[in-house]
Design a protein around this ligand. Structure first.
Ligand SMILES: [Fe+2]
Ligand SMILES: [Fe+2]
Length: 240
């Protein structure tokens, strides 16, 4: 049995509502991460021959645990997802497959199914490059109070670690240009610290991550490649 389109639609509405209203106390309202991840999920599910319905449900629900905070959110999402999927009548075996996508999405737990690998990689792809840098600085700034240099260090390490855990070469191919642009941006530590400071301030003032990223477009000190990469990433038009 597969999870039908009607159920996938209510899953999407539920996941977006939780992400915009409950997670981060509503500070990420309007955030398009789940929408982007699901476009990447659809592409990867196709090229990697994974089950679409499981990948799509896992894609929408992967960050559900953020309703209880960022720490351990992969595991915190399992129970609420199980409860919700049972309530709307999803088959128990399918629920297991979806919750495995949730628990394995950040690489702490090894993904054992093609579907969990797809969701893991789609989430990682949306975290890479200049836009991933902005998004992660934004997220960390809501959780911890770090100096700009520490933020840059933390975020660079986190992104490199996530990148190293990609399962599919088809995922790595999608973002190789973004990764290169970010690597050259990070060579200038002063500029990276300055951008981290702008993003961090925006996050604390309650500006959504996409809006903070867009505010960088007019910055004369920033490379056109950096801004172009953010634009492409946000519109997901780099997908083949
Ligand atoms: Fe996550
Ligand atoms: Fe995510």
């Amino acid at each position: 049995m597969t999870i039908g389109e009607d159920k996938l639609e209510v899953i999407m509405d539920y996941a977006i509502c939780m992400d915009w209203v409950v997670a981060f106390d509503g500070k990420s309202k309007g955030n398009q991460h789940l929408h982007r991840v699901n476009k990447i999920v659809e592409y990867l599910a196709d090229v990697e021959y994974a089950r679409h319905d499981i990948c799509v449900a896992g894609g929408w629900l992967h960050d559900l645990g953020l309703i209880n905070g960022n720490k351990g959110h992969c595991f915190a999402g399992i129970e609420p997802a199980k409860e919700y999927l049972t309530e709307i009548g999803v088959d128990p075996e399918d629920i297991e497959m979806v919750t495995h996508c949730i628990e394995a999405h950040d690489g702490e737990v090894e993904a054992k199914t093609p579907e969990a690998k797809v969701v893991h990689d789609a989430d990682t792809v949306d975290k890479m490059g200049p836009f991933g840098f902005v998004r992660h600085v934004w997220k960390i700034s809501l959780i911890e109070d770090l100096e700009p240099e520490e933020l840059v260090q933390d975020v660079s390490e986190h992104l490199a670690n996530r990148h190293s855990k990609l399962y599919f070469s088809s995922s790595a191919d999608l973002i190789k240009d973004f990764v290169q642009v970010l690597a050259s941006f990070l060579e200038d530590k002063e500029s990276a610290g300055r951008v981290a400071e702008i993003v961090s301030r925006g996050a604390k003032e309650g500006v959504p991550s996409e809006k903070v990223a867009e505010s960088l477009f007019g910055d004369p000190a920033l490379d056109e490649d950096f801004c172009e990469s953010i634009r492409k990433h946000m519109s997901v038009d780099y997908l083949p």
